[in-house]
Design a protein around this ligand. Structure first.
Ligand SMILES: NC(=O)c1ccc[n+]([C@@H]2O[C@H](COP(=O)([O-])OP(=O)(O)OC[C@H]3O[C@@H](n4cnc5c(N)ncnc54)[C@H](O)[C@@H]3O)[C@@H](O)[C@H]2O)c1
Length: 337
């Protein structure tokens, strides 16, 4: 049994990672500041497990993080605490700078004092910016972030590399493609489509839906992160992807198809195209050969099976919606974004 800290564990990927680690028999401390995207429903299945602890704190409180590290002596911190929604980053970038840059800086300063503790920092494919069709970004591709969210994630990756080089901390960065699966806040694309279908509301798509994203099921991502912990080399970066891209319009049609088969769909949920968001990258795509060759990990969950499983999770867990905070977010980009 190992002890882990997972930051951002009341969120989508963090809560799935905690459950995965606990099921493997590990002890996990969740540190989350309870921001709008946190959801206590996400931890209901394991909150009473003796191998689980929760601390409400921001990652930028060095005093709190130091106390927790001293108390539990964890082997590794998976950092998933972040502001994550691109639309919100266009609306109010300052929160993104506070958590995604200053918060990571603070964690790094803490780790300089605890060099035995390994940091696995979860970053995104968005740092590479728009990737031309027929190309995929590998770990040596230059960063070209195009929106405030991506820019703050890129900044934190750079800071981490600087601390690895300058202060010899133990850290690994992972850049993952778009995740989907149970427990994701319905402000994000897939649960938003599913939620609109349940509410019999129209499905809004930016532009003409031609934007292409690579999708991975969250459980595949969690398995990759554990493999990075076990086999990853300190100082390295690993892309984590499924190698499967799909255009937003085709994704929406797929979800409607599966919803229809399960009688969740009503024709009231028509697709409508709305004005594109500023700076919307057309395509993200990762080359994940390094992790598959060096760490023997590949994504396994087929997108059709993963989407059906996700749709059914939201249908079974309507209570999840009751725990969502700040449901009435109004963006300066326009209504209902
Ligand atoms: N969701 C994706 O598709 C995806 C893809 C690649 C990378 N990532 C990265 O994975 C990580 C997790 O993403 P997610 O989709 O689970 O996000 P999420 O928004 O669902 O969860 C983020 C969690 O972090 C917490 N948090 C925010 N600021 C904090 C702070 N200062 N201190 C402590 N906790 C804080 C929130 O309360 C929330 O519970 C992020 O770093 C994100 O950039 C996400």
């Amino acid at each position: 049994m190992a002890k882990f800290i997972v930051t951002g564990g009341l969120g989508f990927i963090g809560s799935n990672l905690i459950e995965y680690l606990i099921n493997l028999g590990h002890f996990v401390i969740n540190i989350d500041n309870g921001s709008y995207s946190s959801n206590f429903y996400n931890v209901k299945d394991f909150k009473n497990n003796p191998n689980y602890r929760f601390y409400k704190s921001s990652i930028d409180s060095q005093t709190n993080i130091i106390k927790i590290i001293k108390r539990y002596n964890p082997k590794c911190i998976f950092n998933l605490a972040a502001e994550t929604h691109v639309d919100r980053s266009i609306d109010s970038p300052s929160k993104f700078i506070k958590t995604n840059i200053n918060g990571v800086y603070s964690l790094l300063e803490t780790l300089v004092k605890f060099k035995k503790v390994k940091l696995i920092h979860i970053s995104t494919d968005e740092v590479f910016g728009n990737i031309k069709s027929n190309l995929r970004a590998d770990e040596r591709t230059a960063y070209k972030p195009k929106n405030p969210y991506a820019a703050t994630k890129a900044a934190s990756d750079h800071l981490i590399r600087a601390y690895i080089n300058t202060f010899k901390i133990k850290a690994i960065i992972t850049n993952c493609c778009n995740n989907y699966g149970p427990r994701q806040n319905p402000e994000k694309l897939i649960p938003k489509i599913i939620t609109n279908i349940f509410k019999k509301e129209k499905i809004q798509i930016y532009g003409k839906g031609q934007n292409s994203r690579e999708w991975i099921h969250v459980l595949d991502h969690c398995k990759a992160l554990y493999q990075v912990f076990k086999k990853g080399v300190n100082g390295e970066t690993y892309n984590i992807g499924s190698n499967k891209n799909i255009k937003n319009i085709d994704l929406v049609k797929k979800i409607i198809f599966f919803a229809r088969k399960r009688n969740f769909y009503s024709t009231k949920s028509k697709i409508i195209f709305i004005k594109d968001r500023p700076g919307h990258d057309l395509r993200y795509a990762l080359n994940s050969n390094k992790i598959s060759k060096k760490l023997k990990w590949v994504s396994k969950i087929n997108i059709n099976n993963g989407l059906i499983n996700t749709l059914e999770w939201y249908a079974r867990n309507k209570k999840f919606y009751k725990f969502i905070k700040n449901k009435n977010f109004k963006s300066r980009l326009g209504k209902n974004r």
